[in-house]
Design a protein around this ligand. Sequence first.
Ligand SMILES: NC(=O)c1ccc[n+]([C@@H]2O[C@H](COP(=O)([O-])OP(=O)(O)OC[C@H]3O[C@@H](n4cnc5c(N)ncnc54)[C@H](OP(=O)(O)O)[C@@H]3O)[C@@H](O)[C@H]2O)c1
Length: 301
Amino acid sequence: MKAVVLTAYGDVDKLELTEVPDPKVGPGEIKVRMAGASINPVDWKQRSGAIAKYMPLDLPAVLGRDASGEVVEIGAGVTAFKVGARVLGRVMGGYAELVVAPVEDWAEVPAKMDLVDAGALPLVLLTGAQLIEEAAKVTKGQLVLVTGALGSVGRVAVYVAKARGAKVYAGVRRKQKAEAAKLGADVVVALDDADELGPLPQLDAIADTVGGETIQKLLAKVKSGGTIGSVVGEPAGAKERGLVVRGMLTHDDPKRLGELARAVADGTLVVPIARRFPLAQAGEAQKVAEAGAGGKVVLTG
Ligand SMILES: NC(=O)c1ccc[n+]([C@@H]2O[C@H](COP(=O)([O-])OP(=O)(O)OC[C@H]3O[C@@H](n4cnc5c(N)ncnc54)[C@H](OP(=O)(O)O)[C@@H]3O)[C@@H](O)[C@H]2O)c1
């Protein structure tokens, strides 16, 4: 099969479309012919070597955490899917014509969802949901601020927090305020405007997808004993302020993945797709995504 292989840490010129052996299906796994895969920030962080310390790659390596497509082979013991099923999954090695992953990585693609576009979703759906449900642990009636609310993870976090009955503050850049008004949050806050941060009430929780100076400016806005849930690392100094801090790494949850995919299919949850590129142009796709595409960048199989 063809796959885009990272040959060494570095720029996008280290991503090469090449012929590699077809992956073999083991017990409990399925093989999928990739229709869609997507670019996530972790892809360029891995490619550049920026996170090589915590997530070392065995190079050459195939990047890509999402895939959608049709099941072409079933491993021993798999009953959840049949050959021909349309699936989406949070996987390893999405930048390839064929993807093999354990059955619990996958969920069914809703009937009315485009199979290519489904490849944009798995990682951001699970991450946004787990950020609210397991890291920030948001409950009904709480005041929660989501940073980077217009990002793909942020949008899902806003949706899930609203569904839990929280009062949701969507934290965005000043220039994004008009667009963020469509997110369905209760309040939109420009995080780069001190005049808007000043009047914020004491929050029960922040669900952080941005980190850095942005979360530092917000720590004083969380009530004592309140929670910071983060997908970008624990903010320095938060525990010392008496806050509960939970960093998280996304994990599989096929049931939740299926539910959230259905929310996208019925239009209640919106995760925009900005651009599509053929697999061979994965490097260009990464560049566009890293520059801020304003939505998911999808690779087509
Ligand atoms: N821990 C995990 O398991 C896990 C899993 C998935 C993702 N992540 C991480 O989560 C982060 C978000 O991922 P994503 O897929 O949602 O990326 P994304 O779609 O690019 O979204 C990031 C959003 O944050 C906004 N943003 C950045 N800096 C900001 C600031 N200072 N103030 C306000 N908004 C700001 C961006 O706006 P602009 O476009 O204007 O910059 C964009 O809307 C990434 O760092 C990713 O690596 C972690």
